[in-house]
Design a protein around this ligand. Structure first.
Ligand SMILES: [Zn+2]
Length: 207
């Protein structure tokens, strides 16, 4: 749907963070057109010899709720959406790797507050960053991310090391008004993980 221009990445992110109740609401086509496209796609995939593989889609929220695709949530429609089509040329090991990657839960997302007077729907507080939850924005402590610290984007090695050492991480994004999309500005990691990553890199830089 993204590839054919019926669905924008922004809508996908809204769905992943549960601001859209179901994915089809974000698609720029009638329900009839969507089901026709889904039918044609599955027919093409079968004809091309691709193998179906069912994938779970969970929300980018701390609760990791299962995501809904269609308004009716009918099981056959949901199953069609959750089906990935994998090349039959892959070896069993390659196929297992592709499937494991697809099953990996998506990262949590926190975004920079766009309005300075926003209020957390749980505690009434505010802050520089928020996490979108279905009833509204939540502050980082209420979203269970209050103990994390920011690693600004730009230092790829530090970010990678700190994220690898952190049990809980989140991606930090900012809405770009000029580009009309979210941009990654950094990551949230556990302070101990950031300190460990810094120490490790300093040691490696010693001659
Ligand atoms: Zn709060």
């Amino acid at each position: 749907m993204v590839g054919i221009g019926w669905l924008s990445q922004n809508r996908v992110l809204e769905w992943r963070t549960r601001r859209l109740p179901f994915l089809e609401r974000g698609i720029q086509a009638s329900p009839k057109k969507i089901s026709e496209a889904m039918r044609l796609f599955a027919a093409w995939a079968r004809q091309a010899g691709l193998r179906p593989s069912t994938t779970e889609y969970v929300a980018r929220t701390a609760a990791r709720e299962r995501l809904q695709f269609s308004k009716s949530a009918e099981s056959a429609i949901e199953a069609a959406w959750r089906t990935h089509w994998v090349s039959s040329k892959l070896t069993e090991a390659e196929r297992a790797r592709v499937e494991a990657k697809a099953q990996k839960p998506p990262e949590l997302v926190a975004s920079e507050a766009r309005h300075p007077d926003w209020r957390c729907h749980r505690c009434g507080g505010t802050g520089a960053f928020l996490v979108m939850e279905p009833p509204g924005p939540a502050c980082l402590p209420c979203a269970g991310l209050g103990h994390l610290v920011m690693v600004p984007a730009g230092d790829a090695l530090l970010t990678r090391r700190a994220r690898a050492a952190s049990k809980l991480t989140a991606v930090l994004v900012r809405w770009s008004r000029t580009r009309k999309r979210y941009e990654r500005i950094g990551a949230l990691v556990e302070p101990t993980a950031l300190a460990a990553a810094r120490t490790r890199i300093e040691h490696e830089e010693q001659p």
